[in-house]
Design a protein around this ligand. Structure first.
Ligand SMILES: *[C@@H]1O[C@H](CO)[C@@H](O)[C@H](O)[C@H]1NC(C)=O
Ligand SMILES: *[C@@H]1O[C@H](CO)[C@@H](O)[C@H](O)[C@H]1NC(C)=O
Ligand SMILES: *[C@@H]1O[C@H](CO)[C@@H](O)[C@H](O)[C@H]1NC(C)=O
Ligand SMILES: *[C@@H]1O[C@H](CO)[C@@H](O)[C@H](O)[C@H]1NC(C)=O
Ligand SMILES: *[C@@H]1O[C@H](CO)[C@@H](O)[C@H](O)[C@H]1NC(C)=O
Ligand SMILES: *[C@@H]1O[C@H](CO)[C@@H](O)[C@H](O)[C@H]1NC(C)=O
Length: 371
């Protein structure tokens, strides 16, 4: 009963609608401990505030980030909730906390933890020193595993890991870093090698999680960041177009990534996954915002300059001035490269319950339901 009330309150904060389907007279201690956990790895699309706890300038812990839902800046690079927040809600889980949040307890870890870090890539080189790269995120997961085993015992901890869903979004920052911060991309060979490294490093992390008992995985491909306001203004004469060099790299990556997942499925028995073509679903919204309930698909809500594509959102206090839109629900992009809560909710819906041509071979709902 104690647990039941706790979860009711948490869910109430999330959504008033979902509370009606909770039946507190049922055996809810069973209901709760049977929930499959959610472990999250990735970059700013998924980071609920881990970067607040590392030494980096790559943060969003200031106004006007976080205003829509939390009413304070949590570190999420958006006006409100992120995709994993919506997935947790749909899976009847509480909000999944950032791994580095000091108040975390072992009991919270039984619902899962979020290791994502804004700016992170699959490669250690990408924005090194400013982010928690994917390999380090995996090491943090190994620590959580040790803590859970010592708190709950081997058997119960293993049960949690095998039933849990592991959600990944990584790779976009590696492409940006290689393109703009290094001079290594001299030809197609170099680009193909880069993409092989990204996919190779991502799949090795997945294999490690599998070795630790993980069986159910969710993946997004790299989103259309070539068409984000911040990328469009890199070529100011062609602001109506997406940034070509970035498009080429993303396409190269996204063409090969599904093969990497199919290889994992062949190699790892019992490996099940949901793959969402995030690039396509976001591009549809960028190109046809009104069809999806937005007024603006190209310009950011918050920032400065053309398309508000200069990443100055929230930086008035440091002497730069920026603009903030009046109604954030009109916009797909909140800042130069990150989406609004409204956009996150739509994408989360597609990952959660999309038909097989949108999210496959499984969707997340099916993965959470499998024992
Ligand atoms: C709640 O669950 C109990 C026990 O399973 C059942 O008797 C009761 O009818 C349920 N109430 C509602 C509102 O579903
Ligand atoms: C509720 O579930 C727990 C765990 O499965 C079990 O130990 C307990 O006896 C159940 N209580 C009731 C009232 O059914
Ligand atoms: C944080 O990083 C900056 C720049 O990289 C460095 O100058 C500073 O010493 C670091 N601070 C701590 C506490 O490590
Ligand atoms: C991972 O990336 C590094 C470069 O950071 C590369 O040297 C290594 O070969 C990659 N590993 C795999 C398995 O692709
Ligand atoms: C930022 O400052 C400029 C002037 O310096 C002002 O016009 C603008 O409204 C401010 N933006 C916000 C969101 O406060
Ligand atoms: C998926 O299939 C449905 C019909 O089954 C169709 O309406 C929809 O456009 C398809 N979506 C994609 C992304 O192909």
């Amino acid at each position: 009963m104690e647990n039941c009330r706790l979860v009711s309150i948490i869910l109430f904060v999330h959504t008033i609608i979902s509370i009606s389907s909770i039946n507190c007279t049922e055996n809810n201690s069973k209901f709760i401990t049977n929930q499959a956990a959610l472990f999250v790895f990735g970059d700013s699309l998924f980071d609920p505030g881990n970067n607040n706890y590392i030494n980096t300038t790559n943060r969003a812990n200031f106004f006007p980030y976080g205003q829509t839902f939390f009413k304070f800046p949590t570190g999420r690079v958006s006006d409100g909730r992120l995709i994993p927040d919506f997935i947790a809600e749909k899976a009847w889980l509480p909000l999944i906390p950032p791994n580095l949040q000091p108040s975390n307890s072992n009991s919270q870890f039984t619902y899962g933890v979020n290791f994502a870090s804004a700016g992170a890539g699959a490669l250690v080189e990408s924005f090194s020193g400013q982010v928690i790269d994917l390999g380090t995120q995996l090491n943090s997961f190994k620590n959580v595993k040790r803590r859970l085993i010592s708190a709950l015992g081997e058997t119960e901890a293993k049960r949690i890991f095998s039933r849990a869903v592991y959600l990944f979004n990584i790779g976009g920052n590696d492409l940006f870093y290689a393109l703009f911060q290094t001079s290594s991309l001299v030809n197609l060979n170099a680009k193909e090698r880069l993409v092989e490294f990204i996919i190779g490093n991502t799949t090795s992390v997945v294999k490690e999680v599998y070795k630790m008992g993980g069986r159910k995985f969710g993946f997004l491909n790299v989103g259309p960041y070539d068409c984000a306001p911040g990328a469009r203004i890199l070529d100011i004469a062609n602001i109506e177009s997406c940034n070509k060099p970035v498009t080429e790299l993303i396409d190269l990556h996204n063409k090969k990534f599904p093969d990497g997942l199919k290889r994992l499925q062949r190699e790892l028995s019992g490996f099940k996954y949901a793959f969402h073509d995030y690039r396509t679903s976001l591009l549809q919204r960028i190109n046809n915002p009104s069809k999806y309930g937005f007024k603006e698909g190209k310009m950011a809500c918050c920032g400065s300059g053309p398309l508000r594509g200069t990443p100055t959102c929230g930086m008035n206090q440091t002497g730069q001035s920026y603009e903030l839109c009046e109604d954030v629900t009109d916009y797909l992009f909140f800042d130069s490269a990150h989406l609004t809560e409204k956009a996150h909710r739509q994408i989360a819906d597609l990952i959660w319950s999309g038909p097989p041509n949108v999210t496959g071979p499984y969707n997340l709902k099916a993965l959470f339901e499998i024992n």
